[in-house]
Design a protein around this ligand. Structure first.
Ligand SMILES: NCCOCCOCCNC(=O)c1ccc(S(N)(=O)=O)cc1
Ligand SMILES: [Zn+2]
Length: 262
């Protein structure tokens, strides 16, 4: 992306603090997952997804990213286990990416970024009655982060069901039905993950997220990444390409990161 884009990007996340003072608080995300700060926790359970969800999904372009929304009222897709107490319902998934050669993951590992990062957003349905109620609570959300790198095409082709539809939702606010997507298949084969307490990575930056970041990245083809990076957003009559929609790493501020693996 050109310099002027970079200026816009720099003006972005650093200006949030004026409207959202929590941006400078001590439980912000994303973070650099430094191996010096992580420690293995044998008490961590495996993640469990009882994905019976057949409910329809709506893929839409909200001007920030593309978002795949799930009907979490009937026949929800429920996550539990891992570091979580109780059941968490999948509400939506979306992605963060860079542009051209710039990597776009939000979390980084020992200072290294990936091409993109998929976020699967769940809310605590054991304690709260909706996403809107849970999103402000310290134990309200669980977000699974999956790193994306360019390699061979995603083996399950599950991600392909999404990237093939992106050209159909190029305008902000456009939506399209996507049924038959199995979120389970969006997870890497290895169950290894890091977990720590953090926040939404975009305003309003609520400190309500138990982060679960998978260690193994998913691979997508160059074409799939191009489809993601070339997503346009029609805003006030102008086609704009989305800039990096990723926030830089935030201070750990004394937080510990637990690893489910040695
Ligand atoms: N914007 C004012 C109204 O705010 C009400 C709550 O807004 C919540 C909307 N945002 C989200 O739900 C939301 C969900 C997940 C992530 S992320 N990137 O951390 O996974 C970021 C944001
Ligand atoms: Zn996100």
């Amino acid at each position: 992306c050109s310099f002027k884009h970079a200026r816009f990007l720099l003006r972005g996340p650093h200006t949030w603090v004026h409207q959202f003072p929590i941006a400078q608080s001590s439980r912000q995300s994303p973070v650099d997952l430094r191996s010096s700060e992580t420690h293995f926790d044998a008490k961590l359970q495996p993640l469990n997804y009882d994905d019976k969800a057949t409910s329809s999904r709506m893929l839409n372009n909200n001007g920030l990213s593309f978002k795949l929304s799930f009907d979490d009222s009937s026949d929800p897709c429920v996550l539990n286990g891992g570091p979580l107490d109780g059941d968490f319902r999948l509400n939506q998934l979306h992605m963060h990416w860079g542009c051209d050669k710039l990597p776009g993951s939000e979390h980084i590992v020992d200072g290294n970024a990936y091409a993109a990062e998929l976020h699967m957003v769940h809310w605590n349905s054991s304690k709260y009655s909706s996403m809107q109620q849970a999103v402000t609570q310290p134990d309200g959300l669980a977000v699974i982060g999956v790193f994306i790198q360019v390699g061979k095409e995603h083996e399950h082709k599950e991600l392909k069901k999404i990237t093939d539809l992106l050209p159909k939702i190029t305008n902000e606010g456009s939506k399209i039905e996507l049924s038959g997507l199995n979120p389970l298949l969006l997870l890497p084969s290895s169950t290894a993950y890091w977990t720590y307490l953090g926040s939404l990575t975009t305003p309003p930056l609520h400190e309500s997220v138990t982060w679960i970041v998978m260690k193994e990245p998913l691979s997508i083809s160059k074409q799939q990444l191009k489809a993601i990076q070339s997503l346009y957003f029609l805003r006030s009559g102008k086609y704009e390409r989305l800039l990096n929609n990723n926030r830089p790493p935030q201070p750990l501020a004394g937080r510990k990161i637990r690893a489910s693996f040695k």
